[in-house]
Design a protein around this ligand. Structure first.
Ligand code: SER
Length: 319
């Protein structure tokens, strides 16, 4: 029986991935950990422990006490916040990953999942239909840490046979747990503000097109990748994943179909420059060929679900 730890279980991905893993592997076999409290769902449905990925001894003890066989290491500082605290973000993102890779090697963990990002790409990368293998010269601290992390994941696979798997997530959109500090987070905030005040001031320009994905699709893809036979995994750095591409003007237009009074205004800040350095769309044909990645949400369907669910959360009926 697999025993799985999720590190960063209170975050945007972790809070949903923990519940999906518990559905598959059983509540008692999925150990949620984070430096902060998780959602009520996560804390009530199975084991939860406050744990810091930088505290290597505490993690080692927890892994061995609970006979953990798989690790999902999600804890990281995102792009916007990392630009404000570059060295601190570098420390958390890299030391956290090294702690996990070293422990996984030491105690013979069977599989590790670690998320990378479209942030590994930079100004020299082709922006449209960005290939799996291309120029990767990121200009953000977050992107540099993700690129370095990818190289180290591949290194641990080649050198030590560690079965580490990764996805370059596009911007992730969800309603259960809010993201924090990312450049793509405007596409989450916009739904909240549309419902609360029928207007949104966007920190990106109207034509800042970026690859995005609804969380259900991201979780589904992650589980597909982790279930795939190891012989199918040809990429040990990180897989491109496409999702849907849109800009602030297009998401605003979609919201207006449900909330006609909705208005968007633009006040680009430092995150605009980050967005400009990232691709507009992603070629994920390698992932599709290797392990059957699939997603079903387009902008219209995602907007419908987001407005309904955020509306429920805020106790406002939309439309
Ligand atoms: N969503 C992330 C960010 O904007 C990118 O991986 O930082």
């Amino acid at each position: 029986m697999e025993k799985i730890i999720v590190i960063g279980a209170s975050g945007q991905i972790g809070s949903e991935l923990t519940m999906a893993l518990r559905n598959t592997f059983g509540n008692e076999n999925v150990f949620a950990t984070d430096i902060k409290q998780a959602t009520q769902d996560v804390m009530d449905s199975g084991p939860f422990q406050i744990l810091d990925v930088l505290d290597v001894n505490a993690i080692r003890e927890y892994l061995s006490k609970n006979k953990i066989t798989q690790i999902y290491h999600l804890a990281a500082v995102l792009s916007g916040t990392a630009e404000k605290h570059p060295l601190k973000a570098w420390g958390i993102n890299m030391d956290g990953l090294f702690n996990i890779l070293e422990l996984a090697k030491e105690i013979h963990i069977s599989k590790v999942f670690w998320p990378s990002s479209i942030a590994v790409f930079g100004p020299t990368t082709p922006k449209v239909n960005t290939p799996q293998l291309t120029y990767t010269e990121p200009s953000t601290v977050y992107g540099i840490s993700k690129l370095a992390g990818e190289r180290w994941c591949e290194y641990y696979f080649n050198k030590y046979g560690l079965d580490v798997r990764s996805i370059r997530y596009p911007g992730l959109i969800s309603y259960k747990t809010e993201a924090g500090g990312g450049t793509t987070d405007y596409a989450v905030e916009i739904y909240y503000d549309a419902i609360k005040q029928k207007r949104y001031e966007c920190f990106l320009k109207e034509d800042a097109k970026l690859p995005m994905m609804f969380m259900d699709d991201a979780i589904e893809s992650t589980i597909e990748l982790m279930n795939a036979d190891a012989s199918k995994i040809s990429i040990r750095s990180s897989y491109n994943l496409g999702g849907i591409s849109f800009n602030p003007k297009e998401i605003a237009r979609e919201i207006k179909k449900h909330i006609p009074e909705f208005e968007i205004t633009y006040k680009p800040d430092f995150r605009q420059k980050i967005a400009e350095s990232w691709p507009q769309s992603i070629d994920d044909s390698v992932a599709k060929k290797d392990w059957d990645c699939k997603y079903i949400y387009d902008l219209a369907k995602m907007t419908e679900v987001m407005l309904k669910e955020v509306g429920n959360k805020l106790k406002v009926k939309v439309g």
